[in-house]
Design a protein around this ligand. Sequence first.
Ligand code: PNS
Length: 161
Amino acid sequence: MKRAVYPGSFDPMTYGHLDIIRRSAEMFDELIVAVLVNQQKNALFSVDERVKILQEATKDLPNVKVDFFSGLLINYAAEHGLHVAVRGLRAITDFEYELQLSQTNRMLSDGALDTIFLNTSLQYSYLSSSSVKEIASFGGDISQCVPDYVEARLREKFQSR
Ligand code: PNS
């Protein structure tokens, strides 16, 4: 059985993340989307909220599971018998960081955890969770960036501030 983990902060999930999830779910028998419990407490959404959003977004994908982890990805992967991580590349600017992350994970895991990269579909190549949060914080239109239930949660967050 081919299994993979797609780790990330997902604060919040965007259509760019969903694109990577859908495409990698077709390549693997099981895909675990793993939300990082950020050590720095600067995430807008709690882990529980981020997990719920991902569960809603993937409810039609039976081979996708949503989980969370803290600490090193290689430890989570080893505990779950996972040897492949999936990451999205939007542009060349992502490459340096992603290469460093994947090489570090290979080194730390003695080669047990490899990373494969999917290039984000062009229509989402400009999207990031940070820009979505910034646009939402100023009341801008994010309907092309995130599903409506994420948009609603973002509006709630910024109205209550
Ligand atoms: O969505 P993001 O924030 O780009 O995802 C980054 C993530 C979660 C994949 C990365 O920060 C991560 O795996 N963090 C866990 C700690 C770890 O294993 N670091 C790798 C060695 S530097």
